[in-house]
Design a protein around this ligand. Structure first.
Ligand code: NAD
Ligand code: GLY
Length: 281
């Protein structure tokens, strides 16, 4: 069963759809937003190998012409070099102002593709299809897009809200346990900010949530819906972080320093840095 969280931002409002098996329905779900019926999938090599066939089949079935641009996995793609490669590929593939970009991957692809969509032709609409736990609970929602530079993380970016977010919990079945744990940090963060009962729920359900078993589906969907609803309420009240949205950065000053120190080389995942940062904070 799928659930919907609405993020209310006036003309920039959108829905976050959460549920098992949504990827196979992506075409019909995206079609209302695809004005030209032309879509550009941005993904990484891991996600392409595991899940691109399902997405492409559903886009084809919905009559949406599609092109795929595949980047190397990892934080290194969230760079000026990655942005240049992606924006130039989009232009060479013939992207037009009313086409649609699909960010299909974890937070790296979401942040990078969202930024590219915001820049190319002065702004193309985009849809988020997050495929990591971290991206489903956090990064795909709220419209922050960015790349990293040697000066720091996420310092070059835009607010560019997606038109729709499709979080298929079934794709998490292929996610390595280490990546699941990294996503769990951003879930616990929501409990720590202002939701003691949810923090207690996390403590009681962590093992079930992180299990690589079908039984993990129900607690995962609960955690994703709860975290997204909490984030959506904060973003709706403070889209551009004039005040309370800064709560969502709990632990992140430490986390970003740790990541910058490791030069985004993958030794420390973003979610692992957040876990350490939450402890330090
Ligand atoms: P990621 O995008 O690097 O994905 C992690 C790994 O999982 C990659 O190797 C990827 O190829 C692989 N993968 C993705 N989906 C998979 C699947 N279904 N099965 C198997 N493998 C899969 O990392 P992430 O943790 O998703 O995102 C981290 C990024 O998110 C950081 O750059 C961080 O700054 C950003 N972030 C942004 C926001 C925001 O509000 N914009 C919020 C939090 C984090
Ligand atoms: N991840 C922090 C924010 O979206 O504001």
């Amino acid at each position: 069963m799928s659930e919907t969280v609405h993020l209310e931002l006036g003309a920039r409002s959108y829905d976050v759809l959460i549920g098992q098996g949504l990827l196979a329905r992506a075409g019909e779900l995206i079609a209302p937003f695809a004005k030209t019926k032309r879509v550009f999938i941005v993904t990484d090599q891991n996600v392409a190998r595991l899940h691109r066939p399902t997405l492409v089949a559903s886009l084809d079935a919905a009559g949406l012409r599609n092109w795929t641009i595949t980047l190397p996995p990892g934080e290194g793609s969230k760079s000026f070099a990655g942005l240049e490669m992606l924006t130039r590929h989009l232009l060479q593939a013939g992207v037009e102002r009313n086409d649609l970009v699909i960010a299909f991957g974890g937070g790296v692809i979401g942040d990078l593709a969202g930024l590219a969509a915001g820049l190319v032709k002065r702004g193309v609409d985009f849809v988020q299809i997050p495929t990591t736990l971290l991206a489903q609970v956090d990064s795909s929602v709220g419209g922050k897009t960015a790349i990293d530079t040697p000066e720091g993380k996420n310092l070059i970016g835009l607010f560019h809200q997606p038109r729709l977010v499709i979080a298929d919990t079934a794709v998490l079945q292929t996610l390595p346990e280490r990546e699941l744990r990294a996503g769990y940090a951003e879930i616990v963060k929501i409990g720590l900010i202002n939701d003691a009962p949810f923090f207690e729920w996390c403590a009681a359900n962590a093992a079930a949530l992180l299990a690589q078993a079908p039984e993990a589906e129900a607690p995962r969907q609960h955690a994703i819906r709860h975290a997204v609803a909490a984030k959506a309420a904060i973003v709706a009240a403070d889209e551009r972080e004039a005040g309370q949205r800064a709560l969502l950065n709990l632990g992140h000053t430490f986390a970003h320093a740790l990541e910058a120190h490791s030069a985004y080389d993958g030794a420390l995942l973003h979610g692992e840095s957040v876990a350490a940062g939450l402890s330090l904070a």
